[in-house]
Design a binder for this molecule. Structure first.
Ligand SMILES: *[C@@H]1O[C@H](CO)[C@@H](O)[C@H](O)[C@H]1NC(C)=O
Length: 204
């Protein structure tokens, strides 16, 4: 199932103590690291769902989709979705080693998106800056975007996933742009996580 298992969640939430010391610095400064992230919205079906890359978009309740074109023993060990946050430039990319990388951006509809491998194409009107990670007192790293909060939008009104992740840019996400055609169906959530070590080759 696509929801992170309880044991995996506990290990993710406590992984900060297991992260290499050199990468984790004093509170208030952010390690140069990739992060795995979970959605936080208590008493909702998305609580503790991991943010997963699939088909160029970020989802809750959909499995991570990766591809590695080389021999298995040469592929990086990562299996789950992780993000590289450049906290100086407020940009972000996928934690993928494919040449050219895979940049994270908000497409013109508000959907959190990433570039395809071997392509730098980003639709005009997209937002590439504004991502930031802050370490909070609970030792978790919170991801935010300066233009608006995270929304998880369901495929329809049935209350089931998978939920497509949007940023509500300036509070102006449009009904027509969400899968169920009603922004009211979407759930706001916070995003928290911890540094992770292993990359993937590319997200597919
Ligand atoms: C709602 O979406 C889910 C997931 O795509 C699908 O399985 C289900 O059949 C849909 N329900 C309705 C009422 O359209």
């Amino acid at each position: 199932m696509v929801f992170i298992k309880a044991a995996a969640l506990l290990s993710l939430l406590s992984a900060v103590s297991a992260a290499p010391a050199a990468e984790v610095e004093a509170r208030g400064t952010i390690p140069n690291s990739a992060f795995g992230f979970l959605a936080l919205r208590s008493a909702s079906p998305i609580h503790f769902s991991s943010l997963n890359a699939n088909g160029g978009k970020i989802w809750l309740g959909k499995p991570t989709s990766t591809y590695c074109p080389v021999a298995k023993n040469l592929c990086p060990k990562g299996k789950d979705t992780s993000f590289w946050i450049n906290n100086q430039y407020w940009t972000a990319s996928m934690n993928a080693i494919v040449p050219g990388g895979q940049q994270l951006y908000i497409d013109p509809t508000g959907a959190l998106s990433y570039t395809q491998a071997h392509s730098a194409f980003i639709p005009s009107g997209s937002i590439t800056k504004g991502f930031q990670v802050k370490k909070e007192a609970n030792d978790l790293y919170y991801l935010s975007h300066c233009e608006g909060g995270f929304l998880a939008c369901p495929p329809n009104k049935s209350g089931t996933g998978p939920w497509k992740v949007f940023i509500d840019v300036k509070g102006k996400l449009k009904d027509k742009d969400v899968p169920s055609k009603s922004k009211n169906d979407c759930l706001g959530f916070n995003v928290a996580g911890n540094p992770v070590k292993d990359a993937v080759w590319q997200y597919a």
